[in-house]
Design a protein around this ligand. Structure first.
Ligand code: GDP
Ligand code: IMO
Ligand code: MG
Length: 426
């Protein structure tokens, strides 16, 4: 058995797409297990950019089975658009499989997301407004509509009618806005159902059989550990479970079927949306990282908040996901900085703490303690081995390994597949 989970260790956008695409070369199957089209994974291949939101980053290989698991929430309009865009780029999606248990995003979820953000005013979360939170809310409320319902016109009719009635009342009474017309939405979703139907299957059976027959499986996380509903900076989190534990629920396999977990670590930290960010920078270094690293969201185009690498967060991520190795990405973005810092602990109430606190009030009082490193000037985008890297870059990587207690397996020095240094094979 050989299964590997790829998780984001920070607040998302660590480069999970690039690492998944790279590792997919040797895999047979790639699975998305949580989140929805709030994710934006950019993969570059031969100078061409591919933007993936719902479809696993293994799709660019043509021969990999790509599974959208039951834990994912699917906006069919977005999925169909993504399929069409990929086909226009010459990518075949014939190996795509969609779980019959995945929940469906409807326009009322998107409206609810927007209205709730507006209602929160200055306390908004800064969501992607893709309806992700409200869709997972309906799932928990047990009124969600799943793929297996979508493809049965009678079931869809009954459930959609009931939900639209309920949501329209909510929109009218709570937010004072117009609701939705059932007939129009039903018609549109019947069309979506026809397009999606050929891909639908019980992916838990498929995946179990594939793993049992010795196929190599990658689980591609979306978002990151600090956006996890339980373990992230609640309430400034997403509504799903990006941590490795999310795989068992979101892909429908048991924990004994997971072999290894690789954490994707961006060489500095970014965050989109609101919420605490202890090592956030507001000076020229933030500007440098944002511009050099093109730190603008794939999904919303928002400028990402930037800051130094935070080893407290990384240690936390290693612990809660049982991460065995890490992939360091965007090391090349740091090239040209005179000094680079890593946060090694937080000063809190006169003491140094290294365990990430739960309370946002405590976190607000935490002051990062930094270790400073000399930077490097050499272009590292062509580096093929660890020894090709400048001494100061090597020192930076070794210190991260020491601080978080696991080894780097991959060092990414550019967005392209071949800009990848491999230290350990998977
Ligand atoms: P994801 O959401 O974790 O998949 O990350 P995103 O795709 O949202 O953001 C990462 C961005 O960095 C993408 O545009 C990638 O093409 C790019 N990228 C990934 N790895 C590297 C790297 O090592 N160096 C550089 N310069 N860009 C990278
Ligand atoms: P990838 O997979 C970065 C953030 C939003 C917001 C919070 C809640 O590309 O790493 P949501 O719409 O999920 O309810 O928003 O989560 N967020 C992400 N930030 N990368 C992502 O995905 C994100 N998906 C959601 O900005 O702060
Ligand atoms: Mg992203």
């Amino acid at each position: 058995m050989s299964t590997l989970v790829i998780v984001g260790t920070q607040w998302g956008d660590e480069g999970k797409g690039k690492i998944t695409d790279y590792l997919a070369k040797k895999a047979d199957v790639v699975v998305r297990y949580q989140g929805g089209n709030n994710a934006g994974h950019t993969v570059e291949k031969g100078g061409v950019q591919y933007k993936l939101h719902l479809i696993p980053s293994g799709i660019l290989y043509h021969d990999k089975i790509c599974i959208i698991g039951n834990g994912v929430v699917i906006d069919p309009a977005s999925l169909i658009e993504e399929i069409e865009n990929l086909e226009k780029q010459g990518v075949s999606i014939e190996n795509l499989k969609i779980s019959d248990r995945a929940h469906i995003v409807f326009p009322y979820h998107i409206r609810q997301d927007e209205l709730e953000e507006l209602a929160k005013g200055k306390n908004d979360l800064g969501t992607t407004k893709k309806g992700i939170g409200p869709c997972y809310m309906d799932k928990s409320e047990r009124i969600g509509i799943r793929v297996c319902d979508l493809i049965k016109p009678k079931v869809l009719e009954e459930k959609l009618k009931r939900n639209i009635e309920k949501k329209n009342k909510l929109f009218r009474d709570l937010y004072g806005v117009e609701g939705f017309d059932f007939g129009e939405m039903y018609k549109k979703y019947l069309e979506y159902a026809e397009k999606i139907k050929p891909f639908v299957t019980d992916t838990t059976v498929l995946l179990y059989d594939l793993i049992k027959s010795g196929k190599k499986v990658l689980f591609e996380g979306a978002q990151g550990t600090l956006l996890d509903l339980d373990l992230g900076t609640y309430p400034y989190v997403t509504a799903s479970h990006p941590i490795a534990g999310g795989v068992t629920i979101g892909a429908g396999i048991g924990p004994t079927m997971i072999d290894e977990v690789i954490g994707v670590v961006k060489a500095y930290t970014t965050r989109v949306g609101k919420g605490p960010f202890p090592t956030e920078l507001f000076d020229e270094n933030a500007e440098f990282l944002r511009e050099k690293g093109h730190e603008y969201g794939t999904t919303t185009g928002r400028a990402r908040r930037c800051g130094w690498l935070d080893a407290v967060i990384l240690k936390y991520s290693v612990r809660v996901s049982g991460i065995t190795h890490f992939a360091l990405t965007k090391l090349d973005t740091l090239t040209g900085l005179k000094k680079i810092k890593i946060c090694t602990g937080y000063r809190f109430k006169g003491e140094i703490i290294t365990d990430f606190p739960a309370s946002l009030e405590d976190l607000a009082q935490c002051e990062p303690v930094y270790e400073e490193f000399d930077g490097w000037e050499e272009d590292i985008q062509g580096a093929k081995t660890f020894d090709d890297l400048p001494y100061n870059a090597q020192k930076y990587i070794k210190r991260i390994e020491e601080l978080i207690g696991i080894k780097a397996a991959i060092i990414s020095v550019g967005p392209e597949r071949n800009q990848t240094i491999v230290l350990r094979d998977f």
